[in-house]
Structures are given as structure tokens and as C-alpha cells.
Design a protein around this ligand. Structure first.
Ligand code: SF4
Length: 497
């Protein structure tokens, strides 16, 4: 059996899922990685490559997997000062180490793991200390003397200016002592992991006792008794362990079967009531009060943002959101609706200046600014104000008059059981305005938009494709703000205004 470091980390998070991946891979056919998951992997690879600049004399093992083990030994016999992606195997376990640097004073190897994160993680499944302890075990059992272990992660304070300064971009953290402390426990886990993978399949899985958000795609396979709309879908039910576990232990899976609804409070109670009555729960007074402060023209606004582990644009740091597009629908008091939009198509010069300048033209200086989950838009405005100080008063004023439409739903002023306890616009829109759908669009989700923008600004992308992507991006963002307009209009009809 081949057990990689990724397998080990997955085991510490969910052993059943790892067992299924090894023994029933057919369950995962069709469960493709999302654009977001693909980007995380890609960012990890890019960070790994970038960190090699810190070790100018390194030798890179180009091969991937077990076939790289023998060539690694051949390279080691030449005493290289630094080795990237050296491959090692011990028993069933396999490791390909990001960086090995020989320490001539201590007479052994320093092992570094490159992480595309802004700090050291010490929680499963991304436990950097355990990750290193696993690697160190395999390396030492393969005959290497490991004298030091550490993580190379991104420096969250770094801001790009011109060429990348790799020494400033990365931070090296020595974890030698922590890894030594963790080693024994990790080695016990490695033994348990081997035993577990050789066992018969375990019945069910632990997510039976977790809310829907924690579950992976195999939940239905392991727990076929749980219906599609279950107690697992109740708002943040994973946090109410006593009540939730009691239902599961007594075989209560549907909301109709709940025999102690008086124990439900707040958002959970509202969702339950809406489900049982089959009608939305509407707090007219609270919605009226929330809308009372709105001033026309109502400006429905949305940014799309891009981020990357290795900063690509001046003024931005690792994973900092770069607003590359906006859509603005303006609803006037007489009911007329205008639309304005902007998309950065060429990443040149002062990247976001033209975007801000267009915002100044497109926004009315009066009226409320409406967004969904306003902290995202207001944080982008803060960042743009920091970059373009001449426009700071305008951008900060937008934040001062910003209203979060999502709060009507997150504060349970309007609850429909079909939202399944979520206030995401992707859950609310299909219930309240089903005729407005993303399904016909070339881009249907935020992570796709990010991937498409990256493709559009790439030099090698043909102009025709760039134009097509630009159209898709504009259509996607436009629907985001139109969705807010139509949800607002729906709520106005509910209020009878
Ligand atoms: S549903 Fe949860 S416990 Fe079950 S296999 Fe997936 S992640 Fe693991």
C-alpha cells in the first residue's frame, strides 16, 4: 500500500473518507475538484517553486512519486548542499520533501516544508507540526539524519512593489522542538492508519453527528438513512451538540419527528416553524425598520476579487483581495433602474486606479449603497482608499452609507425553510426570485469568475477568448447586483409598499 503524507493528513481529519478513497474510488468519480480547490493546489505549487529562490544552490528532483526514490539516492550520493522534492519511502509510507538543506556544522539535514499560508497551522487537517513529524519519521527511517525541521510560509505583511523580493515574501519558522515533541504521537497514528486501512469497512461515519456543512460528498453513501432535508440542515445545529446528539441517538432525522421543539431557539426555531407551517416566517416590523433608513437612489453594488499566494500586483500582499470588476445597479425613486459596470481587462500600470475613477463617475453622491455581506465590499473600499489616497474620502463615504441586504435574512427577519438555514444569496435567490438564475450563464460561481479573469489577463490567451471571457464576467457580476434589486423589490411587495 502507498500511504502519502496527504493520506496521513487526511486520516487525521477523517479516516473513513481516506478508507473510501483507497478501497472504493468509484464513489469519487464525478466529484471533481471545484475551481477553488484547484486554485488552492495550484497556489501551493507556486509557493513551493517561489520558495526555491531562497536556496540558490538547490538540485530539483523533477520526477514525482515512488519512481523518484532511486534517483534521489543517486543525487544524495553526490552530497548536494540543497535538494528540492527528494523522494523517500519507508514501509508503506512515501514522502517527497519540499526542501532539504545540509547543515555542515550539525552534520545532518534541515527539512523545510513550504506552506502557502500566512502562518504556522496547528489544527487538523493542516497541522504543520504533525506534517513535519510524519516526513521526519520517513526520512530518518530511510537513513537520513534530520537535525532541524521548519516551515517556510508567506509573510502576511509583505506588499508587492516591482519585482518579487523572495526574502521578504517568505518567513522561515524553526519547529524542531515542537516536531520532536509531536513525533511519538504521529508515529502511533501512522501505525493506526496502516491497521485501519487494512480493516473491513466501518459502518456509517462520524458526520452523522455533524451539521451539513461539515459533510463530504460520501455522506449519503455512509448514512443512507438520513433524508435530503434533515435535522443536519438546521442552522448551525453542529453547535447544539446535546440536543442534536440526542435526536440522532433516538433515530430522529426529519424536522417533523422532533418531539422537543420548545428546546429550539432563535434561527433554529424560526427555521423549524417555517418548515412545519410550510410558510415563510416574516417579521414585517423589523424589515420596515431596517428599510426606513434607506435613501434613494438605491445603489446595489458588488465587487469581484482576485487573490493569489504569490502577490502579482503592486500594493497587494499574499491572499489580499484585488478588486478587478464591479457591477452597480441604481434604483431611482420613480422605479427606473440604471446599470453601470467596469472590468479590468489589462493588468497594467496602477492596476485599480481606472476602476476607482470610474466608480467616482458611476456612483451618485447621494443615496444608500446596498451590498450583500457588506464587510467584503467595505474592506475592498478601505484597501482602495489606502492605495489611492486622493480618492479616500469618496471610498470611505461609500462605506458610511452602506446597507447589508443579507442582514434581512441572517437576522431572521425573513425565514423560508427552503433556505436551509443559510443567508447566502445563492440559497435565497432561487426561493424568492426563481426566474432569475445563474444556470444559463457562462460563469455561475465566484470561484469560476476568479479562474476566468486569471485566464483572460494571461498573455497567451487569444484575443477572441479574452473577449468572450470578458462578456461572461460582466454578465455574471451584473446578475449579482440585479439579484439584489429583485430581492429588494420582492421584500417591498411583501411589505405592501
Ligand atoms: S461525511 Fe464526514 S465523516 Fe463521513 S466520510 Fe465524509 S468527512 Fe468523513
Amino acid at each position: 500500500m502507498n500511504i502519502s503524507k496527504t493520506d496521513y493528513l487526511e486520516y487525521t481529519f477523517c479516516k473513513k473518507n481516506l478508507w473510501l478513497k483507497k478501497h472504493k474510488p468509484e464513489l469519487f468519480v464525478g466529484a471533481e475538484l471545484s475551481e477553488f480547490e484547484k486554485k488552492i493546489i495550484e497556489e501551493g505549487n507556486l509557493a513551493d517553486e517561489a520558495a526555491r529562490h531562497l536556496f540558490p544552490n538547490g538540485t530539483l528532483m523533477e520526477m514525482v512519486g515512488r519512481k523518484a526514490v532511486a534517483p534521489t539516492q543517486a543525487v544524495l550520493s553526490t552530497n548536494p548542499p540543497v535538494l528540492f522534492q527528494g523522494a523517500f519511502v519507508w514501509d508503506d509510507f512515501f514522502v517527497q520533501a519540499d526542501v532539504l538543506q545540509f547543515n555542515t556544522v550539525l552534520g545532518g539535514w534541515e527539512l523545510f516544508e513550504v506552506k502557502a499560508t500566512n502562518d504556522v497551522k496547528r489544527e487538523v487537517p493542516h497541522h504543520h507540526v504533525n506534517d513535519l513529524a510524519f516526513q521526519k519519521t520517513v526520512l530518518e527511517q530511510s537513513g537520513l539524519n534530520v537535525v532541524k525541521t521548519g516551515v517556510i510560509h508567506l509573510n502576511g505583511e509583505y506588499r508587492q512593489q516591482g519585482k518579487v523580493d523572495y526574502n521578504a515574501l517568505f518567513t522561515i519558522v524553526d519547529l524542531t522542538d515542537e516536531v520532536l515533541t509531536a513525533e511519538l504521537e504521529v508515529q502511533e497514528q501512522m501505525t493506526d492508519l496502516k491497521t485501519y486501512l487494512r480493516m473491513e469497512e466501518e459502518k456509517g461515519c462520524e458526520c452523522l453527528y455533524r451539521g451539513r456543512n461539515a459533510q463530504c460528498t460520501t455522506f449519503c453513501y455512509s448514512n443512507p438513512q438520513v433524508p435530503e432535508y434533515a435535522v443536519h440542515d438546521i442552522n448551525r445545529i453542529g453547535g447544539s451538540k446535546k440536543m442534536f446528539y440526542d435526536w440522532i441517538d433516538r433515530g430522529i432525522y426529519t424536522l417533523d419527528e422532533i418531539d422537543n421543539p420548545q428546546a429550539l431557539k432563535g434561527a433554529k426555531k424560526a427555521q423549524y416553524d417555517a418548515y412545519i407551517t410550510g410558510r415563510p416566517l416574516i417579521n414585517h416590523t423589523a424589515i420596515q425598520k431596517a428599510f426606513a433608513g434607506l435613501v434613494y437612489p438605491l445603489q446595489f453594488f458588488d465587487y469581484e476579487g482576485y487573490s493569489s499566494a504569490i502577490p502579482r500586483f503592486d500594493g497587494f500582499g499574499a491572499y489580499e483581495q484585488v478588486p478587478f470588476q464591479y457591477s452597480l445597479h441604481t434604483l431611482h425613486e420613480d422605479g427606473t433602474l440604471d446599470h453601470k459596470e467596469f472590468l479590468i481587462t489589462r493588468p497594467e500600470g496602477d492596476l485599480t486606479r481606472a476602476l476607482v475613477e470610474r466608480m467616482r463617475e458611476d456612483f451618485d453622491e447621494r443615496g444608500s449603497v446596498i451590498s450583500w455581506y457588506k464587510s467584503y465590499e467595505s474592506q475592498r473600499n478601505h484597501k482602495l482608499a489606502e492605495l489611492h489616497t486622493d480618492h479616500a474620502p469618496f471610498l470611505e463615504a461609500l462605506n458610511d452609507r452602506m446597507f447589508d441586504l443579507m442582514e434581512i435574512f441572517s437576522k431572521n427577519y425573513y425565514v423560508d425553510a427552503k433556505f436551509k438555514g443559510s443567508a447566502s444569496i445563492k440559497n435565497v435567490l432561487p426561493v424568492l426570485v426563481p426566474e432569475l438564475t445563474y444556470k444559463a450563464l457562462g460563469i455561475q460561481k465566484g470561484d469560476q469568475a476568479v479562474e476566468r479573469w486569471e485566464k483572460m489577463i494571461h498573455k497567451a490567451t487569444p484575443q477572441e477568448e479574452k473577449d468572450s471571457i470578458a462578456r461572461d464576467l460582466l454578465a455574471y457580476c451584473k446578475l449579482d447586483t440585479l439579484a439584489m434589486v429583485e430581492i429588494y423589490r420582492f421584500l417591498q411587495r411583501v411589505l405592501g409598499t
